[in-house]
Write a protein that binds this ligand. Structure first.
Ligand SMILES: C[S@@+](CC[C@H](N)C(=O)[O-])C[C@H]1O[C@@H](n2cnc3c(N)ncnc32)[C@H](O)[C@@H]1O
Length: 219
């Protein structure tokens, strides 16, 4: 979603240091690195970080440093970062508050409670299953405000994705954690049901839900 990157670029500066929380393969990290003085990427997946590090000789990666760290308790000093951001990664706000400078910004794009809801209903399981009436945005905002962040932007985004075939949606589900235990063989019947019900002239429809937040550390 372009909106998140636009928001992030609104708060970046060539003399600022940023943290990418759950940076994975570093693709996004590299795409914003030219707009900051330094970017640190952390992740708990060594496999992902090895991929990220394999691009470290690429142009535009000179100011990027990756480390294997749990976002809940990082090794960074208090008030080290001007900006911390998280794209669908872990949300340990207390730690993010600690490592941000006063006046620093925390930005997040997360997965909303209604994400792929009709698919999860057919499967009877999945990430956040059944918590449809608990607003992820409201919960996160409360936690951020309780810690001393001032929320300056917060919005839900609902949209549809369309998959051209059963094979494509099956492939997609193999690579994402919507169902941690997704199994192409065992889940064939359930996915078949979904495909039959949500086939449209544009393709197989999947409802997506993202929440975008920007907050500022007040003191
Ligand atoms: C859905 S991926 C998002 C990747 C990347 N931010 C992006 O937008 O492409 C979530 C990432 O967060 C990482 N992660 C999960 N828990 C973590 C934790 N406690 N500390 C650091 N990284 C974590 C995962 O290993 C994974 O790479």
């Amino acid at each position: 979603m372009q909106i998140f990157k636009e928001k992030l670029l609104d708060f970046c500066s060539k003399d600022e240091t940023a943290l990418d929380i759950g940076c994975a393969d570093g693709k996004f990290t590299l795409s914003v690195a030219p707009f900051f003085k330094n970017v640190y990427g952390i992740d708990t997946s060594k496999v992902n970080l090895d991929i990220a590090k394999s691009h470290s000789s690429d142009e535009g990666s000179k100011n990027v440093e990756y480390s294997l760290q749990d976002a809940e308790h990082t090794s960074f000093e208090d008030s080290f970062f001007d900006v911390a951001y998280c794209r669908r990664g872990p949300t340990f706000y207390k730690e993010y508050y600690r490592i941000l400078k006063t006046g620093g910004y925390y930005l997040e794009i997360g997965i909303g409670e209604m994400d792929t809801v009709e698919l999860k209903m057919i499967f009877g399981r999945g990430q956040g299953y059944g918590k449809w009436d608990k607003s992820r945005l409201d919960e996160n905002l409360k936690e951020l405000q309780d810690l001393g962040f001032k929320v300056i932007f917060a919005e839900n985004f609902h949209y549809f994705e369309y998959y051209p075939s059963y094979t494509k949606i099956d492939l997609f589900l193999q690579g994402v954690p919507i169902f941690e235990d997704f199994n192409s063989e065992k889940d064939r019947e359930l996915l078949g049901k979904y495909v039959e019900k949500f086939q449209t002239p544009k393709g197989i429809r999947l409802p997506r839900h993202r929440v975008v937040m920007v907050s500022k550390k007040l003191k």
